[in-house]
Design a protein around this ligand. Structure first.
Ligand code: NAG
Ligand code: NAG
Ligand code: NAG
Ligand code: NAG
Length: 430
């Protein structure tokens, strides 16, 4: 009797063995096929996909050590920057136009993550307004670092930018259903209203898209994220429908910026004509151009007469980007706003939106400085980060930091790319 069962038992064992092998091997982890069918099994295929999609930094540097703040590794890396006089652009406008003729090959070569990493992320789309004017490679690396298929990306390209740059951006956008160029493009004059209008053009297009995004984040060409999409989603949920941005009582020397009428030609210049007070005499707060906004806040810009009046009043001021969002954020009937009481004043270091090292504030933390000295270079008194800043950058809560430039230090950007991609696959999964 028992002997007769042996063939059946053997057969059962073989089937079970095959099942085990299938479960623990990478079979069924064909990335191309998974993307096409939308059937991505992260839990089962994580290692396999990461092997194909990692962004391991090039060169001899060890990014793990740089992130840990290893002084010797940082010293050697910074020394290397010093010797590279001019970094070769890896991919220029015309090359991007050529590469994107085959979108599938382009996305594969650049290792885009074309699937959602979790249902939580899939159900929490984010809108991005990306305002750029040059450096196609940096734009494409920024896009790749924040790209997720459920999000939506509007790119505003300065009308003054060269034709090939416009073409290259459109060529890249054409490879994605959820990346598009703004329907109206401004010629952006530094410190003028046109900088705000660029974001507003994207905001209008983003509201008109079919994606039900929850928050909007704006970026420029010198920004890079410090967090993965999953971490950004968690951070946005924790804001509980409030905006997050710098918004403080303005220093006296900035008040002339909205007390006088300014004229814009190729430049922006103050006149002697005094302006009236803002609509409803709302108080003006000081902040910066980079903000995290709820969908309702963005809607109110187009729906509320007050918002329209306030923006019209701000059109002939100096650098309205540095007080418009910050002031609207303190108007009681604006969605996601904070009360006007000074206890709600928020510095750039406390807000989530953007981490910046201002030259004037750098110093010895032991003596009360907010941060140590920049290890890259300064541009308009703002630190362009070097590899020695990475350890500190990754300890902060901000979603993005500014400024990065591959011509100043490409290692810090490469290490961020490597780190974020690793965390996308192996970070705290939602
Ligand atoms: C990273 O990707 C390369 C291919 O681009 C692959 O050869 C390498 O094994 C991967 N590294 C890891 C750690 O998965
Ligand atoms: C980089 O440094 C880390 C930490 O010191 C070490 O564990 C790792 O093996 C190093 N990686 C390489 C490729 O040398
Ligand atoms: C872009 O790069 C290609 C190949 O490296 C080169 O032939 C071409 O002249 C470059 N184009 C521009 C506009 O710099
Ligand atoms: C957005 O949609 C509204 C209403 O449908 C329309 O009036 C407006 O022109 C659209 N804006 C853009 C930029 O397409």
């Amino acid at each position: 009797m028992l002997l007769q069962l042996i063939p059946y038992l053997a057969c059962g064992c073989i089937i079970f063995f095959c099942y085990v092998v299938f479960q623990y091997s990478s079979s069924g982890c064909d990335l191309d096929n998974a993307i096409q069918t939308g059937d991505v099994n992260i839990a089962h295929c994580r290692d396999h996909y990461y092997k194909a999609l990692n962004l391991s930094a090039s060169g001899r540097k060890n990014c793990t050590k740089i992130i840990e703040g290893d002084l010797e590794e940082v010293r050697l890396t910074l020394l290397e920057n010093f010797h590279i006089k001019k970094r070769k652009v890896m991919t220029n406008d015309t090359e991007y136009i050529k590469l994107t003729k085959d979108c599938t090959a382009f996305k594969k070569m650049k290792k885009y993550v074309l699937f959602s990493m979790s249902n939580e992320e899939r159900n929490y789309p984010i809108a991005f307004s990306m305002v750029i004017h040059n450096d196609i490679e940096m734009f494409e690396r920024l896009l790749r670092s924040i790209y997720a298929p459920q999000n939506i990306y509007c790119v505003h390209v300065d009308r003054k930018s060269p034709d090939t740059f416009h073409q290259a951006v459109r060529a890249i956008a054409s490879c994605f259903d959820n990346v598009f160029v703004a329907s109206k493009l401004e010629s952006v004059v530094y410190a003028s209203w046109s900088r705000v209008q660029a974001d507003i053009n994207c905001m209008e297009d983003l509201l008109n898209s079919t994606v039900e995004w929850k928050y909007l984040i704006n970026t420029c060409g010198a920004d890079f994220p410090l967090k993965t999409n999953a971490e950004i989603v968690t951070a946005l949920k924790s804001l509980r429908e409030k905006n997050s941005m710098e918004s403080e009582a303005p220093p006296a020397h900035k008040k002339a910026r909205w007390e006088y009428h300014f004229e814009v030609k190729d430049n922006i210049a103050r006149t002697d004509v005094r302006k009236g007070p803002p609509p409803l005499n709302v108080p003006i707060y000081s902040g910066n151009a980079y903000v995290v906004l709820t969908r309702e806040f963005v809607k109110s810009l187009f729906d509320l007469d007050f918002a329209r009046d306030f923006m019209n009043w701000a059109k002939d001021t100096y650098s309205p980007d540095e007080f418009l969002w910050a002031s609207l954020h303190r108007v009681p009937w604006i969605p996601g706003s904070f009360p006007q009481h000074r206890k709600y004043d928020t510095s750039d270091l406390i807000a989530l939106a953007r981490l910046v090292k201002w030259g004037g504030h750098e110093g010895d933390i032991k003596n009360g400085a907010p941060y140590s000295e920049c290890t890259g270079k300064h541009r308009r008194d703002v630190c362009v980060y070097g590899s020695g800043d990475l350890h500190w950058l990754l300890q902060q809560h901000h979603l993005f930091a500014n400024k990065f430039d591959p011509q100043v230090d490409d290692h810090v950007i490469q290490c961020l790319e490597e780190h974020l991609r690793f965390k996308t696959f192996y970070g705290n999964n939602m």
